[in-house]
Design a protein around this ligand. Sequence first.
Ligand code: ASP
Length: 312
Amino acid sequence: MLYAQTMAMGIIAVHGGLDTSREKQYMEILQEAALQGHELLSKNRIQALEAVLRVLEESSKFNCGYGSVLNFDGVVEMDAAIIDGVSNRFAAVAAIQDVEHPISVARALLEKTSNVILAGAGAVKFARKQGFPTANCVSKEQREAWRQARESLARGEKPAQNLYTGLAYYADTVGCVVWDGEGLAAASSTGGYSLKTPGRVGDTPSLGGGIFASKTCAVVCTGIGETFIETLTAKYVDEVIAGGSEPQQAVKSALKRLHKLKKAEGGILAVNARGMVGAAFNAGRFPVVVVADGKLLDHYQPVNLTQELSVH
Ligand code: ASP
């Protein structure tokens, strides 16, 4: 049986977010994204990451780009980040609106400026200057979910929707880690969580919180961002791997620590400088797709710690 660990030259591992459906249609999009990224991996690992995330941002099925969850005011505000473990360059956009590909704006920031994070109106202005046109990121499904949630709140009831995914069977924040045989890099993109406070920024653009890459590992996280930021969970994974653990051990230990410190749910995906992948989660579902040496690994399963680390 393929256990959540692999070793091969050239790895792309992509996750579809916490509590995301594992139905065929979702897995197929994740697979397509990973394979597209793998095509570019030998050329440029940053380009490969961008390609993976662009596929997912275009799909209305994932909580990023078009299809992002709406904030309390019914507006989509997105976070996206990209980091290269070789150059140690990091760039992110936070609470950005009306762009189709936040990840491409983050990449432009990485490659064309020395800034690290742009937020809100400034991020939008930068995107326009770089030639990214205005785009609608609000899907019909998420608009309707938001309307129903606000109606529930007005009646004094708790909204029925899933905080991460906006809808019952839907996908969440996406993230990707790569190892091209020489270096490691990571990227993430999200709409955050449903009904978040306008202007709120999560862990996706928080270096060391929800994302990290170094010469040791590349790691991305999903879950309620505040808990990852306050525990510096992504950086913790890097430290555990630097201390000699394999990625699978490191992500499990990070999730246990997150649960102990914050009683939180999460999904964590990492790869090390030998191309070994680790993935673990403790909430419902966490679809992960791995492409190693151009081949899709069938039925890759992250370690499920939902029972052991229950938050309910
Ligand atoms: N981490 C994201 C955020 O807090 C949401 C998620 O992964 O579900 O913005």
